[in-house]
Structure formats: C-alpha cells, structure tokens
Design a protein. Structure first.
Ligand code: URA
Length: 242
C-alpha cells in the first residue's frame, strides 16, 4: 500500500490548503482509522479511512459528475472574467481537476458530464466512436419534412459537412417549432448551425442525453450529483472500458 504525508492527504481530499491541513491536524481534528494523529508529517497508508471533524473524507477515487447546466455559464475550466460551470461545483472538485467532457455553449442548458477520469473522457469525445448526444431545440419558424430529410442526408456547413443526423419534430407551427436531434459528433455550435442553414434560428437548446446517460428529471437546473454505479458502468461499456 502506498504511504503519504498526512497533511498532503488531508489537503488533497478537502478544500483545505496544505498549511490549513497542518493546523487542523495539530488541533486534533483529524483521525486515521479512528485514531487522532497530531503530526502533520506522519506517513500514513493512503487507503486508511480519514476523517476531519468526524466527517469521513472520500479517497482518491475518480469523480464522475452529472451537472444540469443552466444557460449563461461558460463550459470552461476557469475564466477570470466570466462565470463558468466550475462555479457550481465545490472547490474540492476543481482542485481534483474534475473537468467538463466536451462543451455546451453559454446559451445551451442541460446535461454536462464532468470527471477526473481523463481516459474515459477522451474516449467519450473521440470522433471515431460516434457517441450519441440527444438535444431538444426550440427554433423559429415551422419545421417540416424537408428539414428532417436535410438532417438525415447531412448538412454542408462553412467548414465541414455534418454527418447524417436523426431529427424528430415534436411540435411545429408558423412561429416556433420544437424538435429533438441526435448527433454523433460535436463540432462548435453544431446544432445551432444546422438549423440556421435551414433558415431556423435556434431560440433555446438543451442537451437531454450523452451516450447512455440521460438528464435526471429530479436534478434542478444548476445542481449536480455523482453518477450512479450503473451509469458509470454504462458509460465505460459504451467506449470499451467495461
Ligand atoms: N450544438 C450547439 O449548437 N450547441 C451546443 O451547446 C451543443 C451542440
């Protein structure tokens, strides 16, 4: 089993800085396997159960997060000026480098995965795997069968031709329409650009599913939760890591 300094383990697993972790240890607030340890440089087995103020600390296991992204936030690790999705997560997740898997535009809401598992994230985004993403769009104007057909054939945009995409009209009238679209790629503002090329401005866009993981209806906008074991297994299986 690997050993590490207690102050480092406490700092890695909490929001505390290294100096604050040392103070907490000296103050007797930290226990390892039920024993108070007051020496910050004690080398302890990294697999021991640690507590701070009697609260168990999670180990170094990977973090897998499902966030219900609101509109108005950038999908970026950090931006000194604009608010980002990282502002919705506890500082510990940021410190652990829990990163967004791909991007949603500032004006797009819905399901965003974040994780520390770089290999899984890389595979989920790999164009050759073609993981499905489901979006619901409200667009200006009346969608019709010709639009469905154009999506199914693949739409030529300025810099690339979008692959054939399944588009289903849920509701259409002269002012606005609602549709669901499944993409197997993720170019910049792709859904917006595909509808725009058909003369329909996207008024609202929400991601409902990423591969096998759907947006949790019980998760309020702006809230997050960890993925369930079943969701994590399904994601890994989808990219041959199962
Ligand atoms: N397509 C878009 O246009 N925007 C997104 O955020 C995601 C897909």
């Amino acid at each position: 089993m690997s050993k590490a300094r207690l102050d480092k383990l406490i700092s890695d697993r909490t929001d505390l800085s290294r100096a604050e972790a040392k103070q907490a240890i000296r103050a007797g607030r930290v226990q390892a396997a039920g024993q108070v340890i007051r020496t910050p440089d004690a080398r302890v087995d990294a697999s021991l159960a640690l507590t701070l103020d009697q609260t168990p600390l999670r180990g170094d296991s990977e973090l897998y997060i499902l966030l219900h992204k609101p509109t108005g936030l950038l999908t970026a690790a950090r931006d000194s000026k604009a608010p980002t999705v990282m502002d919705l997560l506890p500082p510990l997740f940021v410190k652990r480098r829990c990163m967004p898997v791909g991007r949603l535009d500032k004006d797009t809401s819905g399901l965003l995965l974040l994780m520390t598992d770089g290999e899984l994230a890389h595979r989920l985004l790999s164009p050759k795997r073609g993981i499905e993403k489901l979006y619901e769009a409200q667009v200006a104007g009346k969608l019709d069968a010709a639009d469905v057909q154009a999506f199914a054939e693949g739409i030529a945009l300025n810099d690339f031709t979008a692959k054939p995409a399944d588009m289903r009209i849920l509701d259409a009238n002269d002012e606005t329409s609602t549709a669901q679209v499944i993409l197997t790629e993720g170019k910049h503002r792709q859904v917006r650009r595909m509808f725009a090329s058909r003369g329909h401005e996207v008024l609202a866009l929400k991601r409902l599913r990423f591969g096998p993981v759907g947006l949790d209806k019980n998760l309020p906008v702006g809230a997050y939760r960890e993925l369930t074991d079943a969701e994590m297994r399904a994601l890994k299986e989808a990219v041959d890591l199962g």
